[in-house]
Design a protein around this ligand. Structure first.
Ligand code: BYC
Length: 305
């Protein structure tokens, strides 16, 4: 059996049966659990618009998207379980605030335009990060990312298509699209995490090939991809310092408000408390479903013996 270091050096995948350093296991549990929780908490801002979608077709599409997010959460919880932590334990850690989820899901969805902006920008940022994670060194995480990225591409397109419809609509609809871009642009850039110089985990995670591209490089990739899309929509990115730089062949951007980022990460964003309170309430209300599923599974196991 090759050692952990040999697997990493050969660019092969580490599988659950392989020996791995405790710190590698811990960092994967931290990151994959945070990712899974993001998918599940991320159902809340969009879920609230299912009953208010403007047409039956939009409602069906949004419902399918929110269900996809649930599925992503489930694959990712399964990937964490391969590292020896049960799903119930992960829920307890999330509910007690001992594990995080992405900062982006602490902002409110005030209008239908926000559903377009989430698909376009939030799923767009998520794919940029996840295409890299599909090449990460831990097999179950990398494989989950492949399927998730395919679904996120559809999500991103449906969000862009909502923005396109609004941008080509009435003056009021165009204003709604612009307002959503204004409110979601900076939080989307924050999804990529702190600047590389402030990123505590990047060096080690890069050495272990969990991360293959840095926070800042991925953020830049996202900006370079998204600014021309905003131009196509006829919308203005809310950054007065945004400029194409001929020397670097990238866009230069203004500064990110890191005080806002850390406030949200530390639990003081616009909706942190509401998101967790809702999650805990639903978990408690639905205890009977889990009990019934367990009783059903136990009965079937008994029947097979
Ligand atoms: N929010 O050392 P760093 C979706 C924390 S959902 C909150 O750079 P790392 C969707 C970080 O945890 C997709 N916390 O960390 C769903 C660390 O704190 P701890 C969500 C953040 O791990 C529904 C500290 O800051 N995607 O697509 O090397 C509807 C220092 O950071 C954030 C993922 O979860 C943040 N934004 O790199 C629609 C991607 N950023 O843990 C769409 C998976 C940083 O030491 N995660 N922190 O207390 C990753 O790729 C990496 O964890 C990150 C951060 C790039 C986010």
């Amino acid at each position: 059996m090759p050692s952990f270091d040999e697997i990493i050096a050969a660019d092969h995948k580490v599988e659950p049966r392989d020996e791995m350093p405790e710190a590698y296991r811990h960092t994967l549990i931290r990151q994959i659990a945070q990712h899974a929780h993001s998918e599940i908490i991320g159902m809340q801002p969009e879920g609230t618009w299912i009953t208010r979608a403007p047409t039956l077709k939009r409602k069906a599409i949004l419902m399918a998207k929110v269900q996809d997010e649930a599925g992503h959460g489930l694959y990712l919880y399964s990937a964490v379980e391969t590292l020896g932590v049960s799903r119930n334990e992960l829920m307890e850690r999330l509910h007690a605030g001992r594990q995080k989820y992405s900062s982006i899901f602490n902002y409110p969805t005030l209008t239908w335009g926000d559903i377009g902006a989430i698909g376009w920008l939030v799923d767009g940022a998520a794919i940029t990060n996840q295409l890299m994670l599909a090449r990460c060194s831990y097999g179950p995480y990398a494989r989950a990312m492949v399927k998730i990225c395919k679904e996120e591409s559809f999500h991103q397109r449906q969000g862009f298509e909502i923005m396109l419809t609004l941008a080509n609509g009435t003056a009021e609809q165009r204003a709604m699209a612009q307002d959503s871009l204004d409110r979601w642009w900076w939080p989307s850039l924050m999804m990529f995490g702190p600047h590389d110089a402030e990123s505590t985990h990047s060096e080690q995670s890069t050495a272990w090939k969990i991360k293959r591209v840095s926070n800042d490089r991925l953020r830049q990739e996202f900006v370079d991809m998204t600014v021309p899309q905003a131009e196509f929509l006829g919308l203005t990115v809310p950054d007065p310092e945004l400029r194409w730089n001929e020397q670097t062949n990238h866009y230069d951007t203004g500064p990110i408000d890191w005080d806002e980022f850390w406030a949200v990460v530390k639990g003081n964003g616009p909706l942190n408390r509401e998101r967790i309170a809702h999650k805990v309430a639903v978990w408690e209300e639905n205890a009977w479903v889990r009990a019934a599923a367990e009783a059903h599974a136990a009965k079937h196991m008994g029947a097979r013996d």
